[in-house]
Write a new protein. Structure first.
Length: 115
């Protein structure tokens, strides 16, 4: 059974940083596509960043240069480093793993950025 557990969210001021973690069990972060998404209140969930098995990374334009997705294969954990956070980025952040044609989500972690 594939399970994902996010952590690292919290309350920060605008301009500060957070690092989110996504611990995966039941599958390998090294062999599958990992992505981070976020959902603000009343908004649709949006893709923030992803990393492929070949370690190719991509980002939504608004976070390029400020966010960095990575993984630690030995810990089977993915990360999202978020710098220079903005109040508009207040949301629940979710990680997702794609295993063949199936998608598995974590429960989410709240990120609140105050102005």
């Amino acid at each position: 059974q594939v399970q994902l557990v996010e952590s690292g969210g919290g309350l920060v001021q605008a301009g500060e940083s957070l690092r989110l973690s996504c611990k995966v069990s039941g599958s390998s972060v090294r062999d599958n596509l990992i992505s981070w998404h976020r959902q603000a209140p009343g908004q649709q969930r949006e893709l923030v960043a992803h990393i492929t098995s070949d370690e190719f990374t991509d980002y939504t334009p608004s976070v390029k240069g400020r966010f960095a997705i990575s993984r630690d294969n030995t810990k089977n954990t993915a990360y999202l480093q978020m710098d220079r956070l903005r109040p508009v980025e207040t949301a629940v952040y979710y990680c997702r793993i794609q295993v063949q044609l199936s998608f598995y989500w974590g429960q989410g972690t709240q990120v609140t950025v105050s102005s």
